[in-house]
Design a protein around this ligand. Sequence first.
Ligand SMILES: NC(=O)c1ccc[n+]([C@@H]2O[C@H](COP(=O)([O-])OP(=O)(O)OC[C@H]3O[C@@H](n4cnc5c(N)ncnc54)[C@H](O)[C@@H]3O)[C@@H](O)[C@H]2O)c1
Length: 258
Amino acid sequence: MTGRFEGQTALITGSSGMGLASALRLAREGARVHLCGIDEALNEAAREAVGDLPVTVTRVDLTRDDDVDAWVRAAGDADGINHLVNAAGIQTYGDLDTTTIADWDRVMSVNLRAFFTASHFAWPYLKARGNGAIIHISSVQGFANQKNVLGYATTKGAVHAMTRAMAVDCARHGVRVVSISPGSVRTPLLEYGAAQIAGPDGDPEDVIAMFGRGHPIGRIGTAEEVAGLVAWLCSSEGAFVTGTDVRIDGGLTAQLGV
Ligand SMILES: NC(=O)c1ccc[n+]([C@@H]2O[C@H](COP(=O)([O-])OP(=O)(O)OC[C@H]3O[C@@H](n4cnc5c(N)ncnc54)[C@H](O)[C@@H]3O)[C@@H](O)[C@H]2O)c1
C-alpha cells in the first residue's frame, strides 16, 4: 500500500460494513480516520478491527444534530478534515399501504438528512483544507428498485440529486462530491435484508445466493471492493471526478430482468 493519504484526515459514518472497510483502507494508506456509529457492539468490533491504526471510533446518533456537530467539531478542531464518507444507513421495507409515517421519517432522517447534516457541519473544515472529497454511499436502488422499498429507494434517489447539487457549489473550493451506488454487498445491512425477505421459515443464505445469481458477474460484492473505490475517489487519481455517481454493482443495473 502507498501512503497516498499521509497528512490527511477522513471522517466516516457507519462503523460496520462499508464504513469500517473504508476506514481500514484509508488508514492503511496513511490517513487519520474518525469513524462513528450508533451501535456500541459494532463500534467495539470496529475498535478491535482497527487495532493500532490511527482510527477513532465514537458513538454518534446521526439523527441528533448536537451529536453530529460535537463529533465533527472535535475531529475537525484536532486534525482538520480532508474527506467525509457518509456510509451509515438503514434498510426499511414497505409500500404505500405499509410504510408508516414514522418509518418514512426514520429512513429519511438516517439515509438522507444525516448525509446533509454531517456534510454541513464538516463543510468549514473541508473548505479550509480545500483538497478532498465528500463521498455519499447511495445504492443501485436510487436507479431501479426491488418491490417494497418505497422509503429506502426514495432516499437513495435523493442522494444522487444531493450529490449533484453539492458538487456544483463545492467545486470552486477544491472539494469534490461523488456518490457510489453499490449492488448487493455482504454487510450486516444486507444480512438483515436477506432475513426479512427469507421470512421465519426461509434461509437468508439462500436469499443472498439468489442475489448473487442476479448480478451478471455471478456473485455479490465485498465491502473491501467498495472501500477500494472510496479510496480511489478520495485520492488525487479521482481529481477530475465530481457531481456524478459511480456504480459498483457487478453489472446488476446493466441487465434487464426479462
Ligand atoms: N449492503 C448492501 O448490499 C448495500 C447496497 C447498496 C447500498 N448500501 C448502502 O451502503 C451504506 C453502508 O451500509 P452497509 O451495507 O455497509 O451496512 P451496515 O449495516 O454494515 O452499515 C450501516 C451502519 O450505519 C449505522 N447507523 C445506522 N443508523 C445510525 C444512526 N442513526 N447513527 C449512526 N450510525 C447509524 C449502523 O450502526 C451501521 O454501522 C448504507 O447507506 C446502505 O444503504 C448497502
